[in-house]
Structures are given as structure tokens and as C-alpha cells.
Design a protein around this ligand. Structure first.
Ligand code: IPE
Ligand code: IPE
Ligand code: MG
Length: 252
């Protein structure tokens, strides 16, 4: 049986988040420039988006560029931005063909005008699609997001549209860029790094983490299916005891 056939479709994670890491090292191993790695990373994005849509994942968040990545060498940043513009432009027909709706989270004001333009167009052109929600984290960092949320909460409280005593966990969620999406149940990071690098700090509170040594340009559907199978073998306890979780059906 193939990996895909082993997946229990009734227990799929609703939302998978991926830190796509290792493009630079992949290129270096081949004696190539880092941008060559990023170029091949796009192939993996295509393949993973296709794989996720194929099995019926509802939300897929891909960490493509962090706030901190702006501090990389100028030629790498501009190369990545060009790649972003070209990719979005070229992928819209495929997104539509596969019923995929594009979203973006992050400080997009920082992006070059051409990228902002292509993104706005792509979001508009895919807005009626009802299949997979593809969320690109671009110029994103969780501390940026939480800081923005805190500012907005303070502003609304001062204005009186938000009552301080009414603030609860759900209020906080409503002020995050991910307010329309459920929290990820599964977070995957490639390239053998065991950290979350400022990614979805609030939203990943109870996510299952899956780390693999595979570098992002080598990551394919089969690797995604393997991660999902691993996720399905875990017991998610949410603070309860294993016995409580096992007896949930009987005990209610
Ligand atoms: C991930 O690969 C892509 C981005 C962060 C844009 P890296 O570029 O971080 O690759 P490594 O970690 O240097 O190998
Ligand atoms: C995290 O990767 C950001 C993205 C994958 C977009 P990095 O390669 O920037 O992370 P660090 O710096 O190694 O933690
Ligand atoms: Mg990296």
C-alpha cells in the first residue's frame, strides 16, 4: 500500500503549516548559488500544494519569507522578490484549475510594489475558489503580528469599541492575521533545524511538530504524506491524561 492509501482521511489535520527551510544548503551541496536553491524550492511548493489539495487538506500555510530574512544579502533578497513576482503571476491559472484560494499573511507593506501588485491580483482572481486555502507567510514574523495586534487592541479599548474585561483568548485570535483560519494541528520544518523561527507562536500552542532532515527542494508529496501518517500515530492530550483521552467516547 502506498503512503497515501495509509492515511486515514477522516482524521486529516485541517491545517498544516510548513517552514520551508534548506534551500541555501541544497544549492551549496551542488556548488551552486543560493538562488538556485530557491528556484528549486518553488518546484517543491507546487508539488506540496498539489499533494495537500489531492488528499483534501483545507488550510496550508507556507512560511516563505520572514521579517528577519530582509537582513540577508541584497542580491538574495531581490532575487527572492523577483522569484515571488514571477511565481505568483505564473501560478494563478493552476490555482484556479485546482480550486485553490490564495491568502497572504505578513507585513506586506515591506514588499516591492510589483510583488504587492501581483499578490493583490492573485488574491482577487482566486477569491471565489472553495477548495484548499493556501496561506503564504511573506515578510511575516509572529512577534510583528502580536505587536500589531496589541497596538490595535489598545486603540480599540481606548476608543471604547472593545471592553477590557471582555478580552479573552478568542478576542486575541480576532486581532491576528490568521483570524479567519483554524490553528494548525501539524507544523512541519524541513532541513534538520529544530526551531520555529518566529512562526505562528500563538497559533501553534497545541500543534504537533514534525521535523525532517530533508532539505526543502527535495521535499515532495510522499514526504508530506509521511508527516501526516506520523501525526495520525500521535495521541493529542491537550493537558488531559492519556486515560481521559482514550475513554473520551465512553466518559463524554
Ligand atoms: C529557506 O531556505 C528559504 C527562505 C528562508 C527564504 P534558506 O534560504 O533558509 O536555506 P538555508 O537554511 O540557508 O539552507
Ligand atoms: C525561517 O527560515 C524562515 C523561512 C523558512 C521563510 P530561516 O532559514 O530564515 O530561519 P533561521 O534563521 O535559520 O532560524
Ligand atoms: Mg534557513
Amino acid at each position: 500500500m502506498s503512503l497515501k492509501e495509509n492515511i486515514d482521511i477522516s482524521r486529516l489535520p485541517n491545517h498544516i503549516a510548513i517552514i520551508m527551510d534548506g534551500n541555501g544548503r541544497w544549492a551549496k551541496e551542488k556548488g551552486e548559488d543560493r538562488l538556485y536553491g530557491h528556484l528549486h524550492g518553488v518546484e517543491s511548493v507546487r508539488n506540496i500544494v498539489e499533494g495537500a489539495a489531492e488528499i483534501g487538506i483545507k488550510y496550508l500555510t507556507l512560511y516563505a519569507f520572514s521579517t528577519e530574512n530582509w537582513d540577508r544579502p541584497k542580491n538574495e533578497v531581490s532575487g527572492l522578490m523577483e522569484l515571488l513576482v514571477d511565481t505568483i503571476k505564473n501560478e494563478v491559472p493552476t490555482l484556479n484549475k485546482n480550486n485553490i484560494k490564495l491568502h497572504v499573511i505578513g507585513d506586506t507593506d515591506m514588499l516591492p510594489d510589483a510583488a504587492k501588485h501581483e499578490l493583490t491580483e492573485a488574491i482577487k482572481e482566486t477569491s471565489k475558489n472553495t477548495g484548499l486555502n493556501l496561506i503564504m507567510a511573506l515578510s511575516y514574523s509572529s512577534r510583528w503580528e502580536i505587536t500589531e495586534a496589541a497596538k490595535q487592541i489598545a486603540t480599540d479599548a481606548k476608543k471604547g469599541s472593545l471592553v477590557v474585561d471582555d478580552i479573552d483568548q478568542d478576542t486575541i485570535k480576532q486581532y491576528l492575521t490568521t483570524k479567519s483560519f483554524p490553528d494548525p494541528e501539524l507544523m512541519i520544518r524541513t532541513s534538520g533545524e529544530f526551531r520555529i523561527s518566529n512562526f505562528l507562536l500563538y497559533q501553534l500552542a497545541y500543534a504537533e511538530f514534525y521535523f525532517t532532515n530533508t532539505l526543502w527542494p527535495d521535499f515532495r508529496k510522499e514526504n508530506l504524506f509521511e508527516a501526516i501518517l506520523d501525526y495520525q500515530s500521535r495521541e493529542r492530550r491537550f493537558g488531559k491524561t492519556g486515560e481521559q483521552v482514550k475513554n473520551k467516547d465512553q466518559a463524554g
